[in-house]
Design a protein around this ligand. Structure first.
Ligand code: GCU
Length: 360
């Protein structure tokens, strides 16, 4: 099937006319980005907490013999201060000892604090000449309706407010704080900073990249509903499903769109477009129909005109919908539809790393 046939059945808002007036230049799109960000925060994710007045980072422990002494492992505690108040979370890094001239630095928000982990093949990442910082997302705040624990307690004092940050916004805030720290390090290369996350943490990765231009590569793995997939006409998980089971990921205002996708004044391609002209890498999987690889593809291709404004290729693709296996690595965005199920695999990592290394 052709992309245009698929889109002709969906009433998708034009990202180049997000508030009616047609945008024709990159400068105009840059100027409208804050209003799109406001819209997405008001209607979907809640407001990402502000940058703190200051952060401080303390080393808890380190191991210079990590990965056969090829790398140094460090565990840190980050404290974020707002006036007299503060909140904290731990994070980790594994940095190769032989630092390549151009080294991708990943921030991986993960489902575990185990390093290595099935979703973080650390030794391979190091051997590939990359550094990786890891946040275990529930060290920031738990993945449930409890906004009294971790950083949520300070950052979301009134969960009942219509635009209160959901947990995705709070996890995203934590990634930004780790980037604040990375910026102070000698290894920091502004052209080589990547964020990676799988599934709900892929949604978190995309939100972070949309709001933080320090993220040059957003590796959005199997993120699907309310992440990188178009909500209109979506197979698998709908807004009704996700807001029923995971209401705490979003702001309360989002619940009104359950079964009312057509009333959204945006769709998820608005979120992806905020990353342009930086790189979005979308990983999808054939068996992951809950996420809907076809709608993930549609959302990314709908950002083509935005990338074009910046003189960028965006995703290089044909006019057809993807058929597995599909690998599209040649543009300024990346998409794959691989065999297999919902997972952040070594192959996924290797594909993202290869793409990034070719561009730094
Ligand atoms: C559930 C949820 C998805 C989410 C996934 C995950 O399946 O419905 O939206 O992406 O969990 O985070 O693993």
């Amino acid at each position: 099937m052709k992309i245009c046939e698929r889109l002709s059945t969906l009433n998708v808002p034009d990202v180049l006319a997000p508030f009616g007036k047609k945008i024709t230049t990159a400068a105009e799109f840059d100027a409208v980005k804050p209003a799109i960000q406001k819209l997405l925060q008001e209607e979907e994710y809640g407001f990402i907490p502000n940058k703190p007045d200051s952060i401080s980072v303390e080393v808890i422990n380190s191991d210079s013999k990590f990965c056969a002494a090829k790398a140094t492992f460090t565990k840190y505690k980050l404290t974020a201060k707002y006036g007299e108040e503060s909140t904290e979370f731990v994070f980790y890094s594994v940095i190769p000892k032989a630092i390549p001239e151009k080294m991708p630095v990943f921030v991986h928000i993960n489902f575990s604090d185990a390093i290595p982990h099935k979703y973080q093949p650390t030794e391979e990442i190091i051997d590939n000449g990359c550094a990786v910082f890891t946040i275990y997302y529930q060290d920031v705040s738990t993945d449930n309706n409890d906004f009294e624990n971790g950083c949520a307690k300070l950052l979301c004092p009134d969960r009942s407010a219509p635009h209160a940050p959901g947990k995705i916004a709070i996890w995203s805030w934590a990634i930004m704080r780790v980037i604040d720290y990375i910026e102070t390090l000698d290894i920091y290369n502004p052209d080589a900073l990547a964020v990676i996350g799988h599934s709900r943490l892929g949604k978190t990765t995309l939100l972070t990249a949309a709001f933080d231009s320090r993220v040059k590569f957003a590796c959005v793995n199997n993120s699907g509903a309310s992440g990188d997939a178009l909500s209109r006409g979506k197979g698998g998980e709908s807004i009704k499903d996700i807001t029923k089971k995971f209401p705490f990921w979003f702001c309360p205002e989002y619940f009104k769109y359950a079964d009312k996708e057509d009333e959204l004044p945006f769709d998820q391609h608005f979120l992806i477009s905020l990353v342009a002209p930086r790189h979005v890498l979308t990983g999808t999987a054939k068996e992951d129909t809950w996420a809907d690889p076809q709608n993930q593809y549609l959302a990314l291709t709908l950002t083509d005109p935005v990338y074009a404004l910046y003189g960028s290729n965006g995703l290089i693709h044909t006019e057809n919908m993807p058929i597995c296996p599909e690998y599209l690595p040649d543009g300024d965005c990346y998409y794959h539809l691989r065999e297999g199920s919902h997972y952040l695999s070594r192959d996924d990592w290797n594909n993202y790393i290869k793409y990034i290394k070719a561009r730094i």
